[in-house]
Design a protein around this ligand. Structure first.
Ligand code: SF4
Length: 437
């Protein structure tokens, strides 16, 4: 057995170099063990190159950031089989490829969460501000995402702190150093930063090898829009909401829990200004366990950004917390939840609302509107204007972002998208108005 040493958890360059050399030298996957740290393996074995489809390279660039310890060997095995002439893409379903796809999806969702949910403390540094954000990623997404974040805010001094390490940007260079295991609240983060920052910044080093950042930047920014600035707040932790999420994980109040993978509870800061409610988790959300990380969530994020509404200030959830679908072959086809299912799950929506006490509840689509208003709603007739729920809660009805994805005609799609952005603009104004009351 030959042990291959990589420099760090996301040593993409090292993994690629070693993989190319060893595959060309004919070294079979089962003879290799992969490890991190120490002196990196010098890959001088085989020479030359071989072709790998771009799709597989992109998948590997994401999957290498997954926390699963066997990912390096798994990816090597796929590239090895490709070199042996196997047709991996477009052929029969392949278990290893499916695992890599799942890893890539989870990394993409985690990266997305990091970029859209992280908020920052402003600290003083030599008369100027530095923005310090803390985030606990599920995967090793810090390095690649730090590149994207500093590209968005090149003129700000930033530090992104995670349990795996920290990235520091001083407007010229991105450097990496040690992180912080746990943060109880804003005060703890500030105290830690004040006590440690000089040592941390001195010890940070440049040059962490990461996958191409472009492979992760799945949400195109509208070219004429300036990026939103960092939100100078740190999410308050809310133990009661966390306890409710844990409790909902075992919910059997209606039959939808049975075929679904997991309960997908809401997500967002405990001091969120608005509660956005969709219908139910989709296929990707069900797999990953987080709301609005699939295509509908991405179009919603883009529209929010265009409307100047910061996603990090809102809590997103669904009227129904389990994915309802019918199985057609290998595909899981979305099914609209029935009224009794919406009513059963209203229990959890109420729990979220009681904990959050949002200024505004945004009901996106018919199922959310039924849950929020307790009656059937024609979206086209009632969208776009402020209303009150029977209990007095300020609400606003609009379309569900997945509706935009289903419009086949490009011109109609663009029109509906603009109308959605307008609704979000109105929501932004309403949130500000509720604040003044
Ligand atoms: S859909 Fe809602 S009520 Fe039904 S089992 Fe899931 S969490 Fe419980």
């Amino acid at each position: 057995m030959q042990t291959i040493v990589l420099r760090n958890e996301t040593d993409w360059d090292g993994w690629r170099r070693v993989t190319r050399g060893l595959i060309l030298a004919g070294v079979a996957p089962q003879t290799l063990a992969w490890t991190i740290g120490g002196e990196a393996t010098d890959a001088t074995a085989g020479s030359g190159s071989f072709q790998v489809p771009r799709e597989l390279v992109s998948l590997a660039a994401l999957a290498i950031q997954a926390r699963e310890a066997d990912r390096f060997g798994l990816l090597y095995g796929l590239f090895w089989r490709l070199h042996q002439g196997e047709k991996l893409l477009g052929g029969d379903p392949d278990r290893d490829l499916a695992t890599v796809r799942r890893m890539a999806l989870a990394v993409r969702a985690d990266a997305h969460r990091m970029r859209t949910h992280m908020r920052y403390l402003a600290v003083q540094e030599g008369g100027a501000a530095r923005f310090v954000g803390w985030f606990e990623p599920a995967h090793f997404v810090l390095a690649a995402n730090a590149q994207l974040i500093v590209r968005r805010f090149p003129d700000l001094a930033l530090s992104i702190v995670t349990p795996d390490g920290a990235a520091h940007w001083d407007r010229r260079e991105l450097r990496f150093g040690s992180g912080l295991r746990q943060v109880a609240d804003d005060g703890a983060l500030r105290a830690w930063w004040e006590a440690e920052h000089e040592t941390l910044l001195r010890a940070a080093v440049p040059g962490v090898s990461v996958p191409e950042a472009e492979a992760l930047d799945e949400i195109p920014r509208p070219p004429d829009r300036a990026p939103l600035g960092p939100v100078v707040l740190h999410p308050k932790s809310d133990p009661a909401l966390r306890d409710s999420a844990n409790e909902a994980a075992g919910c059997q109040r209606c039959p939808l829990y049975e075929p679904a993978t997991q309960t997908v509870f809401g997500e967002g800061p405990a001091d969120a200004v608005a509660l956005f409610v969709g219908e139910q988790p989709g296929d990707q959300e069900d797999t990953i366990g987080r709301p609005f990380v699939g295509p509908a969530g991405q179009i919603m994020d883009r529209a929010m950004e265009e409307a100047g509404l910061d996603r990090r200030m809102v809590y997103v959830t669904n009227a129904v917390k389990h994915f309802k679908f019918s199985q057609r072959g290998k595909r899981r086809i979305h099914q609209t939840p029935e009224v009794p299912e919406i009513q059963a799950c209203k229990f959890w929506l109420d729990v979220e609302r009681v904990h959050l006490r949002p200024r505004l509840v945004v009901l996106m689509g018919g199922s959310a509107a039924r849950a929020g208003l307790g009656r059937s709603v024609t979206i086209s007739r009632e969208r776009g204007r402020p209303m009150r729920a029977p209990d007095g809660q300020a609400v606003f009805v609009t379309v569900h972002p997945s509706y935009l994805l289903r419009i086949p005609d490009a011109a109609a799609k663009a029109r509906e998208y603009e109308a959605f952005v307008r609704d979000l603009g109105a929501i932004k104004a309403l949130i500000a108005a509720e604040d003044r009351v």
